[in-house]
Design a protein around this ligand. Sequence first.
Ligand code: ZN
Length: 834
Amino acid sequence: MNKFLTILFLICTECLILHAQKIQTPTEFLGYKLGEQFTPHHRVVDYYQYLATASKNIRLNEYGKTNEGRPLLLAIVASANNIGKIEDVRKNNLRLAGIINEPSATDQPAIVWLSYNVHGNEAVSTEASMQTIYDLLDPSNQRTQLWLQNTMVIVDPCLNPDGRERYVNFYNPVRNLVPDAFPFSREHFEPWPGGRANHYYFDLNRDWAWQSQIETQQRMLVYNSWLPQVHVDFHEQGINEPYYFAPAAEPYHQDISKWQREFQTIIGKNNARYFDKEGWMYFTRERFDLLYPSYGDTYPIYNGSVGMTYEQGGSGRAGLAIVNADGDTLTLKARIEHHYTSGLATVESVSQNASKAVSEFKSYFETSKANPPGEYKTYIIKGENTEKVKTLATMLQRNGIEFGYGSAKGASGFNYVSGKKENFKVEKNDMVITAYQPKSVLLKVLFEPNTFISDSATYDITAWSLPYAFGLPAFATSENLKPISSTSPEVFSTSIEVSNPVAYIANWNSLSDVKFLAQLLKADVKVRYSEIPFETGGNRFNAGSLIIARTSNDGFGKGFEQLLKSLAASSGVTLQAIPSAFVDKGADLGSDKVRLIHKPKIMAVTGESASSLSFGEVWHYFEQQIKYPLSIVRAQDMGRINLDQFDVIIFPDGSYPDPGSEKIQEWVRGGGKLIVMEGAAAQLAGKKGFDLKNKEEPKKNEKDLDPYGDLKIYENRERESVGANIPGAIYKVNLDNTHPLGFGFPGYYYTLKLDDKVYQYLDTGWNVGVLKKDNYVTGFVGAQAKKKLVDGLLFGVQEMGNGSVVYLADDPLFRGFWENGKLLFSNAVFMVGH
Ligand SMILES: [Zn+2]
């Protein structure tokens, strides 16, 4: 090789090395500066995929897909030393937590997890994630490369791609060429339903524990296989708020550890240092509390992490630039800068405290397992309703909570139903959950009958105890009971032993039964229900139990039994074959008390007047939970539709032009069934033709009147306004379970009260679910609201001509996790009015 060639070769080798190390910035890759426009999700995916090929220090995983088919990504960033050991670190971390029962090493990197854009229209977050991960990967960035020596960073660039794309696809077509900062220009107003929620309009930042949505289900599978030491959930708030970061506001749940409090402050102060340097405003310790367990800050906290919410001013209103109340122009560029700065400052704090974070994490789980918090050490769920217990088991498994069944001995403890301390036996199919396990804090938070509240001003509901949410009889005891078996002894029997049976029966007491019914109706199987309970062959069946008679279904021929078996199995239902229509007790199968269930054509009303969350719950229930067809109609189109094509019309919570129009009333009188929920029910109160009436406000007693009662202290204004509040408390509703709306329930129903709405008893209709005195169970209720919530109607049915109107004053489908309410709603849809 001559000298010239040698030089050329050297230069080229150097070029190659330089080229290999140089990673394109988001600006270089995307072709525009971050902040100049919103990046569509597929381009975000492109950039992350590019990084995965351009850098050796990243592992990119697609952990799932959204309802609309967009990929969900997770990028793990680690130093050259650690990148090859990702799987070892992950496993060791689970050993530290006691989830994997093997000896652990404490000299592992700390893990920090950054979650972006759970609310789709808080669209800055994903943009900021790209700049953040670029800095973490940039080999010339000495600060980040130093942090990565003892810290691993997991980045989820977008938790809610469907919602974010709804926002971006709204914004791009309506924006001015030069973004218009005038706050009332159209680019600052998203159309209904906005981009905040996911495809089914669920708020994914209320879903971490319940995991009703597929995005959450897929993400939590990975999250629980890691359990980071620190988790940040990036959000946006109103345009007039500057920035919020930890430490969080009161109330804190009482089981948040000293270290979790301390480290929030350490991280917050480090964020503040960078913000102060730039002169950026922020606030801490206000508004965002740590109580409700299904957020991106609390859920990680109850799982041993330091979980935090960061809120940039902006969100769906902000566009690319907007003038705020102070007359300042807030730009996307500035919003990116802030989230990027707090993200990196957090990684720095974690790195500076990495070994402490890891050892505190270890001791958190050791304490959780050896010395679980709270007075109750075992929770016992009675096993009679095997299908509902199975649903609960799935939820516990998803959260990594261990459980078993049966116990060698009985105990005494708190009875969730009576609210008293009682002795009880443990049957072999009762679920037994001991608190002596790594996830004891989460277990306590989800099961404790009363949530301790240090401060009544909270951001969300104050009661969610799972035995009530599921409507399952349960006990909590201070004794440590060990389960006998790790699996349920109850085998779902879909085997049909009887030869030539006259009918097959499924009890009616869980959503599984509803799924089964929905599949039968879709397959055009004729199904009946018994209006009264009955006994046959040693089994007792509730009113509402499904009866599938051989007669009426002759057309299916020989394959019928196989069809029933497979539908029962896929729905998780126990099916019983009976040899005779002559029953031991109750009505024989040919009685007129055994009614045919018509296959209903169902319409749900939606549009701008509907609450998107409430409508989304109805939509998700039909499409994803019971898989039954639903027509979705905008309220403004009701006038030009022939309603006779439908059997059921549902108005979710909302404020509609006229949910009780003459046209709708005429359709009801002709045999239709109108289901009105919450606000829609309220709209019919006092309206001509409807029996529903508002309850009068409770009168104040003369002696209660304080002559100075109207004098208020200005500083206490927020506290005092909570008197009328009810931010989600549980009440026990007396339920008439002989009425089809109450089928499958034990005579009571636990409702989640989100407001102080209660109605007068219906004069002529059926008062199926009512509040009496002393029906309060748990959760915060302001003093005025508590006075009002006695002696009134919550769930009722009015007969109107040949049809009926079902009033549901509360939301039985709340956030898709109020398992107890799904049966109530199903009764309204399928059982009422035959
Ligand atoms: Zn948010």
